[in-house]
Design a protein around this ligand. Sequence first.
Ligand SMILES: [Zn+2]
Length: 46
Amino acid sequence: MNISIVEFFENLPSKLCTNCGKEIEEQHECYGNICYSCIGIKDIHK
Ligand SMILES: [Zn+2]
């Protein structure tokens, strides 16, 4: 089984924040799998 980490997350129904474990509704690929609360919305890079 050679499933890349990207494919793994794409197949998930919803992302979970790796920091707090909350569901991430708005997915930003640049942040991977960390929710806004843990990122800190002060710096938004698009
Ligand atoms: Zn979080």
